[in-house]
Structure formats: structure tokens, C-alpha cells
Design a protein around this ligand. Structure first.
Ligand code: SAH
Length: 348
């Protein structure tokens, strides 16, 4: 059992059961034992591998899409280029490299990063020029905002609700015979916000994700810009809470704080909470990357490769786009101001 496990057992004994979001917040962000506040979770040796770590093509195409949107909106200067959860800094470094060819973009940008992990901040500092770190999205500047977030929203704590015949229960974490266990209790006041649904239906909502998206939307509605958000979501709901350790699914209530805890992003619920902006997507990541010309870029890069390097490049292309890999489950989602042109990569 982890140290955090004992802390949570004591806390529940003292204060009673906790909601899934309280549990996730402790597992991910506990100041001493949280998954994201402690270890270095990224990379092939860590618990999961992300699109920008698989291939430079992801960041290049995302960067060009963002720069095209910037041009479409009249190349505002200065503007804020922001990333939520930049990890190793790979995605932003690919974006900054590829956008050097877009006249005026580099000179006009001010780089803002939102990151909780001290190790990752240090990696970002080494890789990226003069970033300003912010604690949360309330600290974003009052400028046109061009923002990206890859596998960031899936980290944010969710609450889970399960429909009964006559109302809704909320999922809680309780203690049974000295172990953490899932339980249920009547959902209470939030029931008025939940739809009528057949018994057994599960809905996941993330107040944290909604409020971050609202911060971003408010700035974009006022100053223009675009948020490009990538995350996994099957779009059909259900219980999507999962724990990953060394690329394998594990019990979310075991080894708490030592495994990565995530949930699918509920893009429909997220969109519903936003006003004064327009939404593109969620579109499958594979289709998004194809529309931006990933196959052409892959062929171009392949010309200089052979042997093992060529093989792994072909695999990387497949992993990013194939429906059986990240092409379908991962979604691209964009927020722009009302009336702005649809960002490149989305269905027009
Ligand atoms: N975008 C990167 C990393 C994804 S992992 C990539 O695609 O490779 C999630 C990232 O978000 C990590 O950098 C993690 O430390 C950071 N993170 C998670 N929750 C956060 C929060 N609430 N505030 C700021 N950063 C957070």
C-alpha cells in the first residue's frame, strides 16, 4: 500500500466517503504523494506515451494549423501562445520550430505554460525560450489567445453519476474492511442538472475541465484566437475512469498516487458550458491529421530514412492516425470566437 493510501483511509475514517473528483485530486495533485506533483510520468519508460512523443509530425501539423488560424484572424500582435500541461516540452518545441517559417509569428508571440510538475518544468525550461509559467488559466494574459492542450483535460478530476429508476446516485470512495472501495449515495442538488436516463446510465462531469474551458473561452470571445484541445474520448459515455502504470491498466484504488488516473473527456458537456464562442469537433485525430497532410509529411520525412529508423517512422504514422491506434479514440476539438473561420484540420 502506498503512503497516500493510508492518508486517504484516515481521511475517510475522519470525514466520511469522498467523491471521485476529491479522490482523483488527491491521487494526482497531493503536494507530497500526487502522481503529477511527484514523479516524471512521461516517456516510453513512464506510464504512457503521447502523440508528440511518438513523432515530430504531430507538433508540426498542430503548429501549422494554429499559425494558419493566426493568419486567418489577421495576424494579431502581440498574442499569447499558451500550452496546458506541456510535458517534456516536445510539442511546443515542434510548434516553435515549424512556425519560424510563418512571417511575424515568432516575433509576435509571448509564451505561457501551465504546468504542475517541477521535473517537467525544468525540462520545459531547457527546451523552450523564455516561457512564463502560470499556475492556472485565470493567470492567462488579456491578449489574443492561441492555446494547445494535448492529454491535459483527461487528467482533470471528474465526478461520476449513475441513474436509478427514480433519480441519480453519485459514485463515492469509501472504506470497507480496511480497503478503499467504490460506493454510491444519492446525488443531491446536482440532480436537477442531469437528464432523464435509463437506470444504469453513467454520466461523468468535470467541474475543473469546465471551468478551465470557460476561462479560455472568455478570453477568446473577447480578444480572438483559438484553443486546440486533443484528448481521448469515445463520446458514448460510461465509466471511463482508468489507472495506468507502465502502459498497463491497473485498479484505480490500488497503488493510489503511483499510477496515472485519467478519464475520457466529455466534450459534449464541455461545449454545453461555453458561451460566446464557436466549437469545431470533436473530430477523430486521424481525420484531423489527414486533412492537414500528415501522409505527405510522412513521405517527405521517409525519404531521408532507412532501416530501423524508417520502420519506426512508419509505425509512428500508423499509431497517430490508424483507427485501431490513436486515430479514432483521440479527438481534436477547437474553440474560436463567433464568426472566425474554421481552424485548419476540421471539417469546414
Ligand atoms: N502534453 C504533453 C504531456 C501530457 S501529460 C504531451 O502530450 O506529451 C499531462 C501534462 O499535464 C503533464 O505535463 C502534467 O504534469 C500536466 N498537468 C496535469 N494536471 C495539471 C494541472 N492541473 N495543472 C497544470 N498541469 C497539469
Amino acid at each position: 500500500m502506498t503512503a497516500l493510501n493510508n492518508i486517504l483511509l484516515r481521511q475517510i475514517a475522519r470525514l466520511g466517503p469522498m467523491t471521485v473528483s476529491e479522490f482523483m485530486a488527491q491521487c494526482l495533485y497531493h503536494p507530497e504523494h500526487g502522481y503529477y506533483t511527484g514523479a516524471n510520468p512521461l516517456g516510453t519508460k513512464g506510464d504512457f506515451t503521447t502523440a508528440p512523443e511518438i513523432s515530430q509530425m504531430f507538433g508540426e501539423l498542430v503548429g501549422l494549423s494554429l499559425a494558419q488560424t493566426w493568419l486567418d484572424q489577421g495576424a494579431p500582435a502581440p498574442f499569447c501562445l499558451a500550452e496546458l500541461g506541456p510535458g517534456s516540452g516536445q510539442l511546443m518545441s515542434d510548434i516553435l520550430r515549424v512556425t519560424k517559417s510563418v512571417s511575424g509569428f515568432t516575433d509576435a508571440l509571448q509564451l505561457y505554460l501551465c504546468e504542475v510538475n517541477a521535473n517537467l518544468k525544468a525540462q520545459q525550461a531547457e527546451r523552450l525560450p523564455n516561457p512564463i509559467w502560470i499556475r492556472d488559466t485565470t493567470e492567462l494574459p488579456d491578449l489574443p489567445l492561441f492555446l494547445i492542450g494535448n492529454e491535459f483535460f483527461d487528467c482533470l478530476p471528474i465526478n461520476q453519476y449513475v441513474a436509478r429508476e427514480d433519480g441519480w446516485d453519485e459514485v463515492i470512495i469509501a472504506v470497507k474492511k480496511g480497503f478503499l472501495t467504490f460506493g454510491r449515495r444519492p446525488a443531491g442538488a446536482i440532480e436537477t442538472e442531469l437528464p432523464k436516463a435509463p437506470a444504469g446510465t453513467i454520466i461523468e462531469l468535470s467541474p475543473a475541465a469546465n471551468s478551465i474551458a470557460q476561462d479560455i473561452a472568455k478570453i477568446i470571445a473577447k480578444n480572438g484566437g483559438c484553443a486546440l484541445i486533443f484528448d481521448y474520448s469515445s463520446l458514448d459515455g460510461g465509466d471511463t475512469l482508468q489507472a495506468l502504470q507502465q502502459h498497463r491498466k491497473v485498479d484505480p484504488l490500488y497503488d493510489v498516487g503511483a499510477s496515472d488516473l485519467t478519464a475520457h473527456v466529455n466534450f459534449a458537456a464541455l461545449s454545453d458550458t461555453l458561451t460566446g464562442v464557436q466549437i469545431a469537433g470533436p473530430d477523430p485525430q486521424g481525420a484531423f491529421l489527414e486533412r492537414l497532410g500528415i501522409t505527405h509529411r510522412a513521405q517527405q520525412l521517409a525519404q531521408n530514412l532507412s532501416g530501423k529508423a524508417l520502420e519506426s517512422h512508419i509505425m509512428a504514422h500508423r499509431r497517430l492516425t490508424h483507427p485501431d491506434e490513436m486515430g479514432q479514440l483521440f479527438k481534436a476539438f477547437a474553440i474560436t470566437a463567433i464568426g472566425a473561420p474554421t481552424p485548419a484540420g476540421f471539417q469546414q
